[in-house]
Write a protein that binds this ligand. Structure first.
Ligand SMILES: [Fe+2]
Ligand SMILES: [Fe+2]
Length: 474
């Protein structure tokens, strides 16, 4: 499973043994680079960024850190090693050997799953492309680039599968992935949250904490797939994804840190006073959290989904940590609580577990988010302040499923439209919030210096010192 870096396309899949596939990918490569030039991080060409590159797929020590001249990052195809005698863990094929070719009857379904996942990867790069101009430090700029190049690699991971297993259709989908654009009204990206703007670094950190975490859960469900190349591909993507989540969580923690320091030092609580001190008040953080959380929850789709139950029964997409769940892994007679609104109340009723797999994955995701929010609250608690951030109720501000068209408050009360209109401005970021956060966005490039709204990190990337030059502009 060693990675061949001598080839034009680094890979650990013996690409040189399949000339047709190699040629197809080599003809996609310049189109990818064109896309990167047009839609990748703005103004980054020629910079030396201190980045990690995968040098193996071992869980330990897979990454090598060094300066990489943008955009000469070696995007490649890396699959986790195959597991000997792996069998399908769920659905109607449970117990059968995993597939190394696409089962004919599932071909179009599987292609759709891969394209939908693949589409999110370049979308986030597009959403984040302007952020380099306002990076709060070289450390953060480097992290942005790291996230961006790895999302680019995740696109490679999916395009490899499309080219290798789906023939001409797959190659066409590979082109389509470079043609859609985040937020474009004619050719939008497939999923809603990936067409939202990421206009500032608070949004970026919320996105990497919340929306990349959706990525983690989707990838984890695909890592269970009976189609082994997909499982192995997503398993390695998950190792990279962990850093993106770290960037988001630690980014918000550092913003909170700075805010609570100012609250203590100046003995102020009022948002406008804190804003005058150049930090982001906690109510504004809460509103951003509410927005990004609710938009990301929609990515899981409707609570009741025939698609999701088909994907599961077909053995294509499992549950989060399927192997750790103790049930029959077929789910035809298992139940799961389904939320519903009746008589102005949110209640749950037992429903088919097979029919509600989206809801289950969303609930697993929420538990993970809550753990992160708890760690943020520790920062506030340590400062001796009583304020806390909270995740809104999962029905808050939803556009898809049971809660779509309903008005649910962050604490889970069903409101009338009039109540919602009166109260929702305190729960979602306003124009003024966006303008204030935008006013803080100034690029800081001196090594070891940080914008005033964010604390330095606890430790450097790859244990580098605090004043390390993570990006050289040359
Ligand atoms: Fe990704
Ligand atoms: Fe990511």
């Amino acid at each position: 499973m060693t990675i061949d870096y001598a080839s034009r396309i680094p890979n650990n899949v013996n690409l040189h043994e399949n000339k047709t596939l190699q040629r197809a990918l080599e003809s996609w490569q310049p189109k990818y680079l064109e896309w990167w030039k047009e839609m990748g991080p703005e103004g980054s060409v020629g910079y030396d960024a201190y980045l990690r590159t995968a040098v193996s797929v071992d869980a330990k020590g897979w990454a090598h850190f060094d300066y990489v001249k943008m955009p000469d990052y070696r995007w490649g195809i890396f699959l986790a090693p195959p597991e000997a005698n792996r069998t399908i863990g769920f659905g109607t094929h449970k117990g059968q050997p995993v597939w190394n070719e696409v089962p004919g009857e599932y071909r179009s379904t599987l292609r759709r799953i891969i394209v939908t996942q693949g589409d999110t990867e370049p979308a986030s790069v597009e959403q984040q492309r302007h952020l380099g101009a306002t990076a709060p430090s070289l450390y953060d700029l480097r992290n942005l680039y790291q996230v961006n190049v790895e999302e680019g690699r995740h696109l490679w991971a999916m395009v490899y599968l499309l080219h290798a297993y789906f023939g001409r259709d797959g190659r066409e989908e590979g082109e389509g992935l470079l043609e859609r654009r985040s937020g474009d009204s004619d050719k939008p990206r497939i999923l809603g949250a990936f067409n939202e703007k990421t206009p500032d670094w608070l949004s970026f950190f919320m996105f990497t904490f919340l929306t990349d975490r959706d990525g983690k859960y989707q990838l984890a469900a695909l890592a269970e797939s009976g189609f082994d190349p997909l499982a192995r591909s997503t398993r390695f993507m998950l190792t990279e994804e962990a850093h993106h989540l770290f960037v988001g969580e630690s980014g918000i923690a550092r913003i909170i840190q700075r805010t609570v320091e100012m609250m203590k030092e100046h003995r102020v609580e009022a948002p406008d006073q804190l804003r005058r001190l150049g930090v982001i008040d906690l109510p504004t953080l809460q509103r951003y959290l509410n927005f990004h959380f609710s938009v990301t929850l929609d990515l899981y789709g409707s609570e009741v989904s025939t698609n999701a139950s088909n994907f599961y029964s077909m053995g294509l997409k499992g549950r989060f940590q399927e192997n750790n769940i103790t049930d029959d892994h077929v789910l035809t007679s298992t139940q799961y609580p389904l939320p519903e609104i009746s008589a102005g109340q949110i209640t749950h009723k037992p429903s088919s577990a097979l029919g509600t797999l989206n809801e289950r994955l969303r609930d697993d995701y929420i538990v993970d988010c809550q753990a992160g929010v708890d760690r943020w609250n520790k920062v506030i608690e340590k400062a001796g302040l009583p304020d806390r951030l909270t995740l809104p109720h999962k029905g808050f501000h939803r556009q898809i499923g049971v809660f779509a068209g309903q008005h649910v408050s962050p604490d889970g009360k069903v409101l009338t439209e009039a109540e919602w209109k009166a109260k929702s401005p305190q729960w979602l970021p306003s124009e003024a919030d966006h303008a204030f956060v935008q006013s803080l966005m100034k690029r800081v490039v001196a090594p070891g210096q940080y914008a005033g709204y964010i604390a330095p990190p606890m430790r450097g990337i790859d244990n580098r010192p605090a004043d390390f030059t993570y990006v050289r502009f040359n």
